[in-house]
Every structure is written in structure tokens, then in C-alpha cells.
Design a binder for this molecule. Sequence first.
Ligand SMILES: Nc1ncnc2c1ncn2[C@@H]1O[C@H](COP(=O)(O)OP(=O)(O)O)[C@@H](O)[C@H]1O
Ligand SMILES: [Mg+2]
Length: 236
Amino acid sequence: MGSFVNDVFLVKVDNERFVAKRYTNWVSLKWVTLSLYGIGSVRFSISGRRRMEAEYYFNDLLYRRGLAVPKILGADTRNRIVLFTHVLGDQLSSFLGSFAGFPQAGQRERDAAYNAGVLVAGAHEQDVALGDTKPENFIVDRRGNATLVDLEQGRFRGDVSWDAAEFLYYSGHYWLTYSRDLANFVDSFIKGYSEHGESRVLKSAASPKYIRVFSIWTPPLIINSIRKKLLSSTAS
Ligand SMILES: Nc1ncnc2c1ncn2[C@@H]1O[C@H](COP(=O)(O)OP(=O)(O)O)[C@@H](O)[C@H]1O
Ligand SMILES: [Mg+2]
């Protein structure tokens, strides 16, 4: 299922669908991980066992608290495989930045960003930092509801501002230039997050230590505009 870090399989049994994820030990690291080592401010787990344990634990915890994450159906610790319910929808990244100029452009994007903000703040309320909130990890249905998969980098009392920073700066690179649609997308996430989250978390997502990570990826003008929104959102 489009993952090069773990082996993620779509499993069909009769007419039912499931997702099986096998946690391999990382040999080649995600670019983001490398950069994170560079800034040294966000800790990332490498071992397959550690990532499987975190995913199992935090997925189960957030599911029981009513947050939009898939349900865990079982785990095979010897082979390091976890089985999840299959979430219907598209990766949020797959429709960012497209259809610009069409009527209704960006409505699903905005709804998804708002719901992602609510979801991320909901995890933070439980003292859980998610660790990998890039738009690929949000599955969005037709009405714009967002479900978060990939909790293997979750941890208690982790870096919550990183979650907001990664979501927004990473999403930003899907637009070629700063546009009204991108501005609306960022506003929607901030609005959703602010309903349950703390504004100081958004404010520190503007910190230079995160900007440095994304500067190799997202154009500076886009990063700067997102940053300004994060800083001004805290004034109200
Ligand atoms: N339960 C699920 N339902 C639907 N799609 C999923 C589910 N779990 C994972 N996926 C899809 O597979 C991709 C890779 O899974 P993920 O858990 O993010 O693995 P990785 O840690 O390798 O990024 C996700 O981005 C998502 O598109
Ligand atoms: Mg992922």
C-alpha cells in the first residue's frame, strides 16, 4: 500500500478488507528522519519492535478515547505484524493543491484540514504526541472526515508542536505557490486545532528549528506565509 518503510498489505478475506502492517528494522531512513537527527530536537524510533509496540499502544488508546483511528484486530509479535480495519478513502496528500480555479475548489481539502486539526488536538489532549502527521497518513472520506493511520512514532509528552509543524509545512509543498486555497487550508487546520488545542503549541510550530527541516522541501515563501498564520493565530 505505497509504503517503503514498512510492508503494508491490503488483505482481502471473502469480501472484507483489512490492512496488515509488518514492522521491519529500518535500513534506509525516511528523509524526514534523517533531518530530524540533524536538528536533534525530535526523537524518532528506529527498531521495528519499538515501533510496533508504540503503534499498538497508541492506536488502541486513541481508539478507546473515540478518536478517528483504525481499529486493531490482532497482533503477531513473533512476526511483528499488526492487523487493522481498512479505512475507506484517499490519502489527504492525493488531492492537495489540485483543481485550483474550479468552483468548489478546495472544499474537501478545507474540511479534511479542519478535521485533521480536531484529531491532532484530541490526541494532544490525551498527552500523546503523534510524531508523523504528514498528509499521507490521513485517510479522507468523501465528506472530508479524516482518519489517522501510522501511530508508530507516537509517544507520551512528546513534541506536540512538531505535529502541527509537520502537517502544515509538509502539506505546503503540494502547492506550487502561496494561494488562497493554501491559505484556507492552513486556516482550517488552525481553526480545528484551536477548538481543543492550546495556542502556544501552534505558536511554537513557527520555531526556526522546524523551519530548518522543511526548508529543503517546501518553498521559502510558502513556509513563511504558513509561519505568519501560526504566529497571528495565537493573538486572538
Ligand atoms: N488501516 C488502513 N486503512 C486504509 N489505508 C491504510 C491503513 N493503514 C495504512 N494505510 C495506507 O497505507 C499507507 C502506509 O501505511 P503507514 O501505516 O503509514 O506505513 P508507514 O509507516 O510505512 O508510512 C498509509 O499512508 C495509508 O495510505
Ligand atoms: Mg505512513
